[in-house]
Design a protein around this ligand. Structure first.
Ligand code: DGT
Ligand code: CA
Ligand code: CA
Ligand code: ZN
Length: 577
């Protein structure tokens, strides 16, 4: 007998087969292999032990495993090899499991990259991306290439912290699944996901249920879960696909609010809140708020804050930086609500490096609940992104007029993401900028200059009488690139003085950062929240910009694109006095 094969190896093998079959366009079989892989992953017992006990029959009897796959598992257990798998691997000798761990690279894409460029591993992929070989392939843009580089670098740098952009959709799909299980009464996320932080260490889920066994069974068999790390009666720890970790805690209903409060954090907020409780003669823990031995609150979070004389505090601002004092004085800001944006002021199209046409982007924005967008294709200096020159921008203006006639109850605004040159001039002539509804400016090239030079460069652009919005104002990219060196306070003063709004960018830039939003707010700045989308699916990212704005204590009145298009333009132009 060879060395016993672990459940993980069996599950990975089955999963890889499902990936290959799916990429080949085979029907039904991929799902069968994937389901079998999930069953194997969530088993309590080692398959090799099970097989020793009662042979093929026991494997065949497992839920989601049919006879043909059971026989393949038997071959693996008996010989340590699987001929069918090896035949597939000979055809596709690439590390599919590792490669598909990169987001937006499915098996089909990985195989295509192998066939065209010989890419077998993530290291090969990184090399090809740096050599700009991927962007030259049909169906891949420069943006995809940059995204690949960013993700690989991010995985190396981030030590396992993930962007909220990937953690939140994953969390929401799991909550939806768990809520559908019989007996479940509450299911919510706590921790950094609930606080909508920029990056997430692990996903903390809480539930209450009258049938814990059912919920656990459902949870461990979810396809999003790669591995169960630990399984106890009231706490399960798992590893999700893409490598994120998470826990699920099963709580008593009377403790739900106190646990939600405790596990939402952050830690500093919790410590300060506990001190307030002690001062008022209570004891606060994840199990409840107690006076002596008496449980006085804990069923709901509101109940805890209220008993302590505080207003309920939105999770995004639970950082112990003034929110507890404000809650005691009933002076918490009325944070900008999710879903309150009416327009999006940074949208790229296939005129530069976006994927879709102006009309397609407009329709997608309308479907996402917006009533206007500003088209901001890059300008000529940004040649890698096929930036527009004056002639092309004038042609685009004509095209936007045509699109506006085609789409009802919606307005496409003529705008630009005009490059700020090294000396602070813009790379499009005023006579063309004048024809636009609004002018946005940004920096992409030559970002490494001294703080003095950069500050001067940006302020000169802000001073330009036609400029309305400074896009991704500091150039930072979460977990990837620091902000440019500059004197932000000076830039801020110039923005307020010259009537330029600051963008809160919703993409993986998340620029401005929360602390700078708060600083800008105090200086009297106004904001726009934009998606910076390059495809029709990108409008969903606006929620992350709103989260960022909320973490910066922003209200609806501070964000200009919460207004309908006419009053938005009026308010934007009004900043210039
Ligand atoms: P993460 O996972 O690194 O993105 O950040 P969190 O905030 O989700 O942290 P996590 O998962 O370690 O713990 C969840 C919450 O539990 C945390 O926000 C506050 C609470 N917590 C954890 N450890 C402590 C602690 O030592 N003291 C107090 N007071 N609370 C804690
Ligand atoms: Ca966490
Ligand atoms: Ca945790
Ligand atoms: Zn940009």
């Amino acid at each position: 007998m060879p060395r016993p094969i672990s459940n993980k190896t069996v599950a990975d093998t089955l999963y890889e087969i499902s990936l290959i079959l799916d990429a080949e366009g085979v029907s039904f079989k991929p799902q069968a292999y994937e389901e079998a892989a999930n069953t194997v992953r969530s088993l309590d017992e080692e398959l090799s032990d099970l097989y020793k006990k009662c042979g093929l029959k026991c494997i065949d009897d497992l839920p989601g495993i049919g006879q043909s796959i059971a026989e393949k598992i038997e071959e693996l257990l008996k010989t340590g090899r699987l001929a069918y798998y090896q035949k597939l691997k000979k055809k596709y000798p690439l590390d599919l499991l590792e490669l598909t761990n990169i987001q937006n690279i499915g098996a089909k894409t990985a195989i295509k990259l192998y066939k065209k460029l010989g890419i077998k591993t993530v290291a090969d992929l990184e090399k090809a991306a740096h050599a700009q070989k991927i962007s030259k392939l049909k169906g891949f843009g420069q943006r995809t290439e940059l995204d690949i580089i960013r993700q690989i670098a991010f995985k190396k740098l981030s030590r396992g912290r993930f962007l909220i952009h990937s953690a939140l959709p994953l969390t929401e799909s799991i909550i939806k699944e768990l809520k559908s299980v019989s007996g479940v009464t509450h299911c919510e996320v706590a921790g950094s996901v609930r606080r909508r932080q920029e990056t997430i260490g692990d996903i903390d889920l809480l539930i209450t249920t009258s049938k814990p066994e059912l919920a656990i069974k459902k949870f461990v068999s979810l396809p999003e879960i790669a591995r169960v790390l630990e399984k106890g009666p009231s706490k399960i720890m798992v590893r999700y696909r893409f490598g994120m970790n998470g826990d699920l805690r099963i709580l008593k209903p009377e403790e739900y609010g106190s646990a939600l409060q405790y596990f939402t954090g952050d830690k500093e907020h919790n410590i300060a809140l506990r001190k307030i409780a002690i001062k008022k003669g209570y004891k606060l823990s994840e199990y409840g708020l107690f006076k002596g031995k008496k449980h006085v609150a804990g069923k709901t979070e509101e109940g805890i804050y209220k008993t302590l004389g505080l207003d309920w505090i939105p999770p995004e601002i639970r950082t112990n930086s003034g929110e507890l004092e404000a809650a005691a004085k009933h002076q918490l800001p009325d944070l900008i609500p999710y879903g309150s944006l009416k327009g999006d002021l940074q949208v790229q199209t296939n005129w530069s490096d976006g994927e879709s046409s102006i009309l397609e982007m407009a329709k997608a924005a309308r479907a996402a609940g917006l009533s206007y967008i500003g088209i901001t294709d890059h300008t000529q200096t940004l040649a890698v992104a096929h930036g527009l020159n004056e002639d092309k921008l004038k042609k685009q203006i004509t095209e936007i007029d045509r699109v506006n006639k085609k789409i009802e109850g919606f307005k496409v605004l003529k705008s630009t993401e005009c490059e700020i040159l090294t000396d602070g001039r813009l790379d499009i002539k005023d006579e063309v900028l004048k024809k636009l509804d609004l002018v946005c400016v940004a920096i992409h090239g030559r970002t490494k200059m001294s703080s003095e030079e950069m500050t001067k460069r940006i302020i000169r652009a802000l001073k330009h009488p036609l400029v309305n919005i400074l896009l991704h104002p500091t150039g930072r990219i979460v977990n990837y690139r620091e902000a440019y060196k500059m004197d932000f306070a000076q830039v801020l003063r110039a923005a307020v003085e010259y009537g330029v709004a600051l963008e809160i960018n919703s993409s993986y830039r998340l620029d401005l950062k929360d602390a700078l939003i708060r600083q800008a707010l105090e200086a009297g700045a106004k904001f726009t929240i934009s998606s910076d989308t390059h495809s029709t699916g990108g409008f969903a990212d606006l929620q992350f910009g709103i989260a960022q704005a909320r973490r910066g204590w922003t209200t609806k009145a501070d964000v200009l694109n919460t207004k309908p298009v006419d009053s938005f333009l009026k308010a934007l132009k009004g900043l210039k006095k």
